[in-house]
Design a binder for this molecule. Structure first.
Ligand code: G3P
Ligand code: MG
Length: 243
């Protein structure tokens, strides 16, 4: 059983099929399309601030070659991560995690906060994200689900997070030893790649009562198959396709 009431549909990086990923615009778009929760990726700046970004470098979304963790927040927030997606979004900035929490509160939305460390920054990114949640998560929205592919980030975050917060191990392909791995870490949910999930493993997880959520599901037949297997939630770029 999930600790909290997580919906069956979560908008991936905001509604990233319709607006530039990991921006305030993408979160607002998800809300306009009827989504009640969003997923986004949290990184750490050189000067220790948490902001939203997916890739190790800023080349794809901002057109600059720097590693995201090599810039201070003052430089990051002036980058345009909207123009690559389309002219309507030109000038859309990188948001800080603090700005995103305020927007979630304004819109009444919940969130899956993915810890996305640059390589070599796993521990400090996990700690920084957890401290931000502990100190600034709005009281008027549900507690977040915190996830990461990085065990090191999750291990650093878990002791700093309140017990009401659900922690999910993210995997591409779920390993056979999933149960031991989440128990050793203290995680309570599994998030995985929808295309690499096997029916038998899904059945084990579902039967155990461990929440199982899949990314990135952008086709109705795939969603139907996964829900048929007992998957609790899909994370999608197009929430409007399912809501
Ligand atoms: O958290 C689910 C999903 O976002 C994980 O993959 O690469 O899109 O962050 P990625
Ligand atoms: Mg993500």
């Amino acid at each position: 059983m999930s600790k909290i009431d997580v919906p069956r549909i979560i908008a991936h990086r905001g509604a990233s099929g319709h607006a530039p990923e990991n921006t305030l615009a993408a979160i607002r778009t998800a809300h306009e399309l009827g989504a009640t929760w969003v997923e986004f990726d949290c990184m750490l700046s050189k000067d220790g601030r948490v902001f939203l970004n997916h890739d190790e470098t800023l080349e794809r979304t901002a057109g600059v070659t720097h590693r995201a963790c090599d810039l201070d927040i003052a430089d990051l927030v002036h980058l345009d991560v909207g123009a690559w997606f389309g002219p309507d979004f030109a000038g859309e900035p990188i948001p800080t995690f603090r700005q995103v929490m305020m927007l979630l509160s304004e819109l009444g939305m919940g969130a899956n906060v993915e810890i996305k460390p640059c390589k070599g920054h796993e521990k400090e990114t996990g700690m920084a994200v957890a401290k931000e949640i502990d100190g600034h998560w709005p009281e008027d929205i549900p507690p977040p689900v915190v996830s990461s592919f990085s065990k090191e980030s999750l291990a650093a975050a878990i002791p700093l997070l309140g017990s009401e917060i659900e922690v999910a191990q993210l995997w591409g392909r779920v390993p056979a030893e999933w149960r031991q791995e989440i128990a050793a870490l203290g995680a309570t949910a599994v998030h995985c790649n929808a295309f690499r999930l096997e029916k038998e493993i899904a059945g084990q997880i579902v039967t155990s009562g461990v929440p199982l959520r899949c990314y990135t599901v952008n086709e109705v037949p795939l969603a139907e198959k996964l829900f048929g297997w007992g998957v609790n939630c899909i994370i999608t770029d197009y929430p409007d396709m399912f809501i």
